[in-house]
Design a protein around this ligand. Structure first.
Ligand code: SF4
Ligand code: SF4
Ligand code: FES
Length: 914
């Protein structure tokens, strides 16, 4: 720590910080543009000038850029000094000479860092009277608008996009007095994290195109603290709503999870909430068709079906909350509850849980991943299955430059110096995957192989680290050499990390990764591990079912086939995405089907009753991330306020009603249900701590979901009634559907799990998260949201080495092994229903190594006949030399792609060629 003096007052700050960072962390305001907590300092904009004094006797002082000056002990500065203020005013004036001053029509207006800094600096009138420089804008794809005239040349965008996110198609171009930030030509931005430009750019150059299509000012939207449903990472989000529509998703800071950044699936994939074809009223089958009925009638019909049933099965969902799954489990009985994962996936998720619960290694937070100095990625294409983890792994590789800079006593934040010292040096990242991955550019070494061979490599690494780990018979010399090289790097690391997951559909890969972790622990290494699971609440379901028999869909199929059940209740799940079409057809032909969901799909189309459920935006719930972090999301809006015909209710509310009708008992309130889960299931007892309960009050107030400047409330429902109704009440949470309540203008803070949107006096942009952090860029005050349910078993290590080492994969003539190929855009069910995501998702395809394709005489532009168990279809061929011989790659989940079990045998036949 260091003592510094700012305008005569003494502060204790982190000595390694720069002065800007240190002052912001103390709650002081200094305007800035080019500095960003995640990007460091380059000293480009000159906006952060302060006066620095040599010592207590120095009265003249000199101007310094606070972002480029270390906060060393005894430093004396003034922010309020008149010369410093004049300098900052001059800087903002020249930055604004070419700025269009188009705030009234600029979509950044109201959450613009440039506006905030202009006001903070006191620049209020314009003296420049001449022609402004203008630029042409570019088409950058379905996510982002480009308006280059607003640029102030702070360089944050290219520093983020190229240096931080690893993109290569956005850059800065200069000619004469023109500087241009964009692409060489119009085109879709290629990087999967491009949406963060919207928040990184301090002005309105890059804005959210999906928001622009139904635009509102920041202050005119209603928000809630929420969790992205796009994958198992559980990034924290702040969705904004008006008129019953989600209008944008912004990052919600969590210092242990996503920090400042989301992936594009999470940011732009919200459109499914707004779809017109969503069920909003209950549907009941009459004369073969589904017809709309009142809620009472739908509940009566459902009750009748349940009471008349000769056996009921409940199929839950890894995309539904713990509360809704538990409510279904309670309705049908634990022994009749199936967790709704695809066949095989439930077992894989359970295996991950078992590893996390028994291993001495902690599950890495995203911050932990960024701090790793050697990473082994075993079998997982993280960019496509858990994108934010990939961005974190990229930072771990780049951490090498920080270490090299530290060795030369250069501060971490001095970005250019750090880059010059580090050049292109990276921390080692080893990637073994079935095909190319988007992280390969930071990899020290990549290996592409079938899952069994990837597992064999992992087992060999473990054995090379610890000779007591099972050895691998018959490993080829190249793989053996690679295993030894990886083991040497891992054992020399200070913070080694193993990343794996269920993406390859292989239990052997998971076991191999677990063995590497155990071997590192045996060597005395402080390693961490990270296991990706299929969906947002896959790990929650595994925890919900601890102690139960394996309960995937196959178990449900057999129960119906043997006549043990004739009625099926399906929660937020389209079974056609989880099993072979023919089997689902056969299942649904023999049962009375009740579906609760917020989307229309093939399963719902076959139901007797469809109960319209709330999406994440109309529900509260708890989900457990891949890290084992239980996190709570809250309703963004009450659906009936803007649509009086809506009968949308949360799934758990429908199920609670049915439970009351059939079992004469109900929870009625969300907290009671959460408490019931915690009491019933020891593995989930800590979920009550994921967020404060409904009784919590901040300074005696509920937390307002709407900013205090929210406008139009008296008129916004005038098309329905000129009377303004009472705001919807929310008995289930400590949040209010109103601008009345604690909104940051009162004394006292809101707990980190209850911050709906980022705003602080004078700070309207996302940079206002500064005001909620214990140290800028660190953790949120009072601790990051969520509670970890699984901590490592360091004292009592129960895990043992796995020894089920697979034999080498051998291509067999005429039968290919199915490989799941995930896509960030398209493989996840809900985001794929959002229009901008659909634009970028691939059409279904079959991928083969060119040599295998030649065996079938299938050239470019061919189609192949793909025969899977129960299904035969024609798909266009992609010839891919990165795929292992003898395997066939199929896109996971994209429309037109069949469901298939990973590793299933596939027969291929000639289709056609054009
Ligand atoms: S486009 Fe935005 S982030 Fe990039 S240099 Fe201009 S103002 Fe800065
Ligand atoms: S990484 Fe996953 S949780 Fe995070 S924003 Fe992307 S889809 Fe959402
Ligand atoms: S923020 Fe310090 S020079 Fe830009």
């Amino acid at each position: 720590m260091a003592k510094i003096f700012v305008d005569g007052r003494q502060y204790e700050v982190v000595a390694e910080d720069n002065l800007l960072h240190a002052c912001l962390s103390q709650g002081l305001d200094i305007p800035y543009f080019c500095w960003h907590p995640a990007l460091g300092s380059v000293g480009a904009c000159r906006q952060c000038a302060v006066k620095q004094y040599r010592d207590a006797n120095d009265e003249a002082g000199h101007l310094v850029m606070s972002c480029m000056t270390p906060a060393t002990d005894g430093t004396r500065i003034s922010i309020a000094d008149e010369e410093a203020k004049q300098f900052r005013a001059g800087v903002i004036e020249w930055l604004m000479t070419n700025h269009p001053h188009d705030c009234p029509v600029c979509e950044e207006g109201g959450h613009c860092h440039l506006q905030d800094m202009t006001v903070m600096t006191g620049h209020a009138s314009r003296r420049y009277r001449f022609t402004k420089r203008t630029h042409k804008n570019q088409y950058l794809g379905p996510f982002i608008n480009h308006e280059m005239n607003r640029c102030i040349a702070c360089y944050r965008c290219v520093r983020y996009y190229k240096d931080y996110a690893g993109g290569s198609d956005l850059d800065v171009y200069g000619a004469a007095h023109n500087v241009y930030f964009g692409r060489t030509a119009d085109g879709v931005l290629e990087n999967e994290f491009s949406g963060n430009l919207v928040e990184v750019c301090p002005t309105g150059v890059f804005t959210d195109k999906t928001h622009g299509e139904h635009y509102n000012r920041k202050w005119d939207m209603q928000y809630s603290p929420s969790i992205c449903q796009g994958c198992s990472v559980g990034c924290n989000i702040s969705p904004g709503e008006r008129y019953g529509e989600i209008r944008r998703i912004e990052n919600r800071y969590n210092g242990s999870v996503n920090h400042y950044f989301l992936c594009d699936r999470g940011r732009f994939g919200y459109g499914y909430v707004n779809r017109k074809d969503r069920p909003r009223q209950p549907l009941v089958r009459r004369d073969g068709s589904l017809v709309t009925v009142p809620a009472g009638e739908a509940l009566a019909r459902t009750t009748q079906l349940l009471k008349a049933a000769r056996g009921i099965i409940g199929i839950g969902s890894p995309r539904a909350s713990l509360e809704s799954n538990f409510a279904l489990r309670a309705l049908v009985g634990p022994e009749h509850f199936h967790d709704g994962h695809a066949n095989g996936e439930a077992a894989l998720a359970r295996r991950v849980l078992d590893i996390l619960q028994t291993s001495p290694l902690p599950a890495a937070t995203l911050r932990g991943i960024e701090g790793a100095d050697v990473v082994l990625v075993l079998g997982e294409d993280v960019t496509n299955t858990a994108p934010r983890v990939a961005l974190a792994v990229r930072q771990s590789a780049q951490g090498r430059t920080a270490r090299m800079a530290a060795e030369k006593q250069l501060p971490d934040w001095l970005t250019e110096a750090r880059t010059n010292v580090g050049q292109h040096e990276k921390h080692p990242v080893f990637i073994a995957s079935v095909a190319v991955t988007r992280l390969d550019d930071v990899a020290t070494h990549t290996m592409r192989a079938a899952p069994d061979d990837i597992a064999r490599l992992g087992f060999a690494v473990a054995h090379a680290l610890d000779a007591t780990a099972p050895s691998v018979d018959g490993l080829d010399p190249a793989a053996m050499q690679l295993a030894e090289r990886i083991a040497a790097a891992l054992s020399a690391a200070k913070k080694p990390l193993i990343v794996s997951g269920t993406g390859a559909g292989s239990a052997a890969v998971l076991q191999a990764a677990a063995n590497v972790g155990l071997a590192l622990h045996a060597c005395g290494q402080k390693a961490e591990h990270c296991f990706i699971v299929p969906e947002v609440n896959s790990l929650g379901l595994a925890l919900l079912n601890v102690g139960q028999e394996c309960c995937d869909l196959e178990a449900a199929f057999s129960a119906v086939e043997r006549g043990a059940a004739d009625t099926l209740v399906v929660l937020e799940n389209d079974l056609y995405r989880r099993a072979e079409r023919a089997r689902v057809d056969a299942l649904l032909a023999h049962v009375k089907l009740i579906v609760l969901d917020h989307q229309s799909h093939a399963t719902a189309a076959k139901a007797e009753v469809v109960l319209p459920a709330g999406s994440f935006a109309e529900s509260e719930g708890t989900v457990v991330s891949h890290e084992g972090r239980a996190q709570r999301y809250f309703k963004v809006f009450a659906p009936r306020y803007n649509d009086p015909h809506s009968v949308i209710r949360q799934s758990w509310e429908w199920l609670d009603d049915l439970r009351e009708r059939t079992q004469l008992s109900a929870w009625r309130y969300f907290d009671r249900l959460t408490t019931a889960i915690a009491q019933a299931l020891p593995a989930l007892r800590k979920i009550v701590h994921a967020a404060p309960d409904a009784q919590f009050r901040a300074s005696g107030l509920k937390v307002a979901r709407e900013p205090h400047r929210y406008s139009g409330r008296t008129a916004m429902r005038a098309n329905l009634s000129v009377q303004e109704p009472r705001q919807p009440q929310d008995p289930d949470t400590a949040l209010a559907f109103s601008m009345e309540g604690h909104n940051g203008t009162q004394a006292g803070t809101r707990p980190s799990a209850l911050i709906p949107y980022a705003w602080a006096p004078g700070w309207n942009s996302p940079q206002s998260w500064n005001k909620f952090q214990d140290e800028v860029g660190g953790h949120l005050q009072g601790g990051d949201p969520g509670t970890r349910l699984i901590e490592p078993a360091e004292d009592e290590v129960t895990a043992r080495y796995h020894d089920a080492i697979p034999v080498p994969f051998v291509a067999s003539a005429g039968v290919w092994q199915a490989l799941p190929l995930a896509h960030i855009f398209g493989s996840e069910e809900l985001s794929a229903r959002a229009a901008p995501i659909a634009v970028l998702m691939p059409a279904a395809y079959v991928a083969l190594h060119p040599a295998d394709a030649d065996l079938l005489e299938a050239g470019e532009n061919s189609t192949l006949e793909v025969s899977l168990p129960g299904e035969k279809l024609l798909l266009p061929l992609r010839r891919r030399s990165d795929l292992p011989r003898g395997t066939v790659g199929l896109a996971v989940g994209v429309p037109g792609s069949p469901w298939f079990a990973a590793g299933a045998p596939v027969k291929l036949g000639k289709g056609s060629s054009t």
